[in-house]
Design a protein around this ligand. Structure first.
Ligand SMILES: [Zn+2]
Ligand SMILES: [Zn+2]
Length: 566
């Protein structure tokens, strides 16, 4: 691709840096810092859902150390869109750094709720930006380009910097028939590329870089929904979707209303987002066809449709509670058709699968993305990704938003359309890139970017705690308590043994008695060797009990000796 001459001779332009704090190596916790003139603009601040090997973890955040250490340089946060993997971390970041948040009015409206719940509204200011607007945020010259995605009003952003234009696509697809008529603004992208002679650096969404072809338009889901409503005229419909996917919600509600049904919304975030979208004029539904969830029972199954949360199988969500027969208003049975209109995010697959099982066991028909076209992705597939590269002609390309394999495939796509391999580095969390007149340099692991695990209150779950939890989950724990008189060298009380997860104590009395004997013998042996200090006694007890457990059961629970003096 042609390189544009951007540099006047004999003059050096100020370098521009980007620090990746999250999202490059996993789907989730997207967060990066753009640095111009010594100031930092944070682009997105998301969470990641915990994986199966993170017991007890509620969510995972980017490591904010770099931002905390440079908090006086942070100009603001720009929110490309309001998905949790881009906005969910704001309520945590704001505790460390008080900054304004920029984004589309809808993104700000959706993000605001969580920040309000965390009691942090006084730590920020919400500043709306508009489609096509060009605006200065401190030293950052930003241009906001509409893109289509699985939440309305998402942005790609062009940052016009001393090192040329950096284009960040955000999450996007090229939906040519978007539900709301708001297209990815290809002409603006082309115009920016033309104006700048090809962008200097492209950062683009890698989620679907392995998927050939084009991602189908969101509007195809509407047709699929209408067909399914026709197929089951007598059954009640329960449709689960992301609460932020307002185009999906609109299409489901319209299909239901066209089929003569009434619509009820269920789930806290669903009710909240629908109210917000209707207030903002983004969700036009006839008032007389919307009913309260507690009125659903008054209608025949063929007269209603419930639109709810829980498409990810979240344990306390509306859909999970219905599946477990624990929902206050809705009992699922053979009269129901349940549509799961979403794709499971990595980490949630088994939850979704067990919810489907429970729904089917209750007699419901279950339709999901695996057996009907009731879901399309919100991310661009290979041909769309290449289209954007062709359009904006980047000199450098860094794939973002994906697991390593997605980013590696994306870099390959860039080479396929003609970029030099040396100009498509794959970066990871913690890496820092610097654009200078000479080119782009990557500094690996320049800043801390480990997972920050949240369980209840942020910050108190470290790697050590997680390792302990995994061990406890797999092997259990055995505590032995004994009181000794070290001077007289005798055991006064105990040993007592308490266990969780090793053996079930009421059914293993004999084994526990033998274990006590093993501990008693080892302490006696220690006394015989004139041992009187407690650390050594504890070590003896732990070693003896651990050996006994391993020999008799071939298990390795955590052994905690408590040796006390009278
Ligand atoms: Zn997204
Ligand atoms: Zn995303």
């Amino acid at each position: 691709m042609p390189k544009a001459a951007r540099k006047p001779r004999g003059h050096t332009n100020e370098p521009v840096r980007i620090v990746f704090l999250g999202g490059l190596g996993e789907i989730g916790r997207n967060c990066m810092c753009l640095e111009v003139g010594g100031r930092i603009l944070v682009i997105d601040c998301g969470i990641m859902f915990p994986e199966a090997d993170m017991p007890g973890v509620d969510l995972v955040l980017p490591d904010f150390t770099y931002l905390r250490e440079n908090d006086d340089r942070v100009e603001g946060v720009f929110l490309t869109h309001a998905h949790e993997d881009h906005a969910g971390g704001l309520a945590f970041l704001l505790r460390d750094v008080a900054v304004p948040i920029y984004g589309s009015p809808l993104s700000l409206g959706l993000a605001r709720n969580r920040i309000a719940e965390a009691g942090l509204l006084d730590r920020t200011e919400f500043i709306p930006v508009l489609d096509g607007e060009r605006r200065q945020i401190g030293p950052f010259d930003c241009e906001f380009i509409p893109v289509t995605h699985s939440v309305p009003h998402a942005f790609a952003t062009a940052y016009h910097t001393p090192q040329g234009t950096i284009l960040h696509t955000g999450d996007f697809k090229l939906d040519l028939t978007p539900v709301d008529g708001r297209h990815t603004d290809l002409s603006l992208l082309g115009e920016i590329a033309h104006r700048t002679g090809g962008v200097r650096l492209l950062l683009s969404d890698s989620t679907n870089a392995e998927r050939p072809g084009f991602t189908p338009s969101e509007s195809t889901v509407g047709g699929a929904m209408r067909a399914i409503f026709r197929d089951y005229p007598e059954r009640r419909f329960i449709v689960a979707s992301f609460a932020s996917h307002l185009h999906r919600i609109q299409q489901v509600a319209e299909a239901a209303i066209n089929a003569g049904r009434r619509v009820a919304f269920l789930g806290r975030s669903m009710v909240h987002n629908v109210a917000l979208a209707r207030e903002m004029g983004l969700l036009g539904l006839p008032v007389d066809r919307i009913i309260d969830i507690d009125d659903v029972a008054q209608y025949a199954p063929g007269e209603v449709c419930v639109v709810c949360t829980g498409s990810q199988g979240e344990p306390m969500s509306a859909l999970s509670l219905m599946a477990a027969h624990e929902h206050k208003w809705i009992k699922v049975g053979p009269d129901d058709v349940v549509i799961i209109s979403a794709h499971a995010i990595p980490g949630n697959e088994s939850n979704v699968s067990s919810v489907i099982d429970s729904l089917m066991r209750a007699g419901a028909e279950v339709i999901h993305g695996g057996n009907a076209p009731v879901h399309v992705s919100g991310h661009a597939s290979q041909e769309e990704l290449k289209f954007v590269m062709n359009l904006v002609k980047p000199e450098w390309f860094v794939p973002v938003h994906g697991e390593y394999r997605h980013m590696a495939h994306h870099a390959q796509l860039a080479r396929d359309v003609g970029l030099d391999a040396a100009h498509t580095p794959i970066c990871e969390d913690g890496d820092m890139i610097t654009l200078t007149d000479e080119g782009l340099e990557v500094e690996r692991r320049a800043v801390p970017a480990g997972f920050l695990y949240v369980d209840g209150i942020v910050g108190d779950v470290g790697l050590g705690v997680l390792r302990d939890r995994r061990n406890l989950a797999e092997e259990g724990v055995v505590v032995v308590i004994v009181t000794v008189d070290a001077q007289k060298r005798e055991i006064i009380t105990g040993p007592e043994i308490v266990t969780r997860g090793w053996v079930y104590a009421p059914e293993a009395e004999e084994l526990l008695e033998e274990a006590k004997t093993a501990v008693r013998d080892s302490l006696q042996e220690a006394f015989d060797q004139e041992v009187t200090d407690f650390d050594t006694l504890r070590r003896h007890a732990r070693r003896a009990l651990g050996k006994f457990i391993n020999e008799r059961t071939k298990r390795r629970p955590a052994v905690i000796p408590v040796v006390m003096e009278v």
